[in-house]
Write a protein that binds this ligand. Structure first.
Ligand code: SIN
Length: 281
């Protein structure tokens, strides 16, 4: 197995491996923890192989909003057709931050990629947090934020977005999630401190006024998407991309109008999040 890091902060490409062989998993999982996002190249796998591989990361979470694969409900279809304008997941986010126990990992199997474009961008939430001043880190560690789905997947959003009108995003009545998470978490696998707010699903910071909350969230969104903390991954048929939703954000780069892009996506459950705030004894 060859692991080639993409940047100094996150991301690695993996080649010379067959994910169907169980013996490779320990090294793949360690690379996932170390790099936050990994792209495993040149896999010739079936949907059943993808499901088996995903289950090694944890139990599968069937996303209620995305159109499922017709034969495998564990797999969500993330598709953009040549005539469609919007892609799914265009703004920086971490998947399922709106769940009480947010998912650990998301996995894309590239079925069809445009000839150029259609990359996914990733940002490191530990590098972004580590680059803040100590007073700002201390301030953020004691805050918590509200995350929800109604503004993204609910019936109001249904009237606004092409992805909802054309049936790529469904079930607006299920968009009732409301959860509170720490703004800074202690990562469950690496122990690193990571920012845990995102543009899509975080609505406000609980302890602040509306104006303060908007100001701080906007600052964090601009800061954490700085190019120093990011990498981008090119997709090709047979690439399996897996990212850690507690360590990274991602954004689907929509620069391939007129071409088809098809991904098989599986999301894997995680563990309850722990705040990075010091515990009082
Ligand atoms: C997603 O946001 O889960 C999809 C990312 C992508 O299609 O690049």
């Amino acid at each position: 197995m060859i692991i080639s890091p993409l940047t100094g902060v996150l991301g690695a490409e993996i080649s010379d491996v067959d994910i169907r062989e169980e013996s490779t998993f320990t090294d793949i999982f360690q690379a996932f923890v170390d790099y936050g996002v990994i792209a495993i190249r040149d896999q010739k796998i079936t949907p059943e192989d993808q499901i088996r591989f995903a289950q090694r990361f944890g139990s599968i979470n069937c996303n209620p909003f995305f159109t499922p694969h017709p034969k495998h409900p564990e797999i969500a279809l993330v598709i953009k057709e040549p005539h469609q304008k919007l892609a799914i997941g265009e703004s920086w986010h971490s998947d399922h931050s709106y769940d009480a126990i947010p998912c650990r990992a998301s996995m894309l199997h590239t079925i069809e990629a445009p000839p150029i474009g259609g990359d996914t961008g990733f940002a490191s939430m530990s590098a972004a947090f580590a680059a803040l001043s100590k007073p700002m880190q201390d301030f953020l560690r004691n805050l918590s934020a509200h995350h929800s789905t109604s503004h993204v997947f609910g019936s109001n959003a249904k009237d606004r977005y092409e992805t909802h009108k054309d049936g790529r995003v469904n079930n607006p009545e299920l968009a009732t999630h409301h959860v509170i998470h720490p703004v800074v978490i202690k990562h469950p696998l690496s122990g690193k401190e990571c920012l845990f707010v995102n543009r899509d699903f975080t609505t406000h910071i609980e302890e602040l006024t509306d104006d303060e909350s908007k100001f701080i969230l906007n600052f964090l969104y601009n800061h954490a998407s700085d190019i120093r903390f990011t990498c981008r991954l090119r997709h090709a048929p047979g690439t399996i991309t897996i990212w850690d939703n507690q360590a990274t954000w991602h954004t689907s780069i929509n620069d391939y109008d007129g071409y088809r892009r098809v991904m098989h996506r599986i999301v894997v459950n995680g563990v309850a999040l722990e705040s990075a705030a010091p515990t009082s004894t």
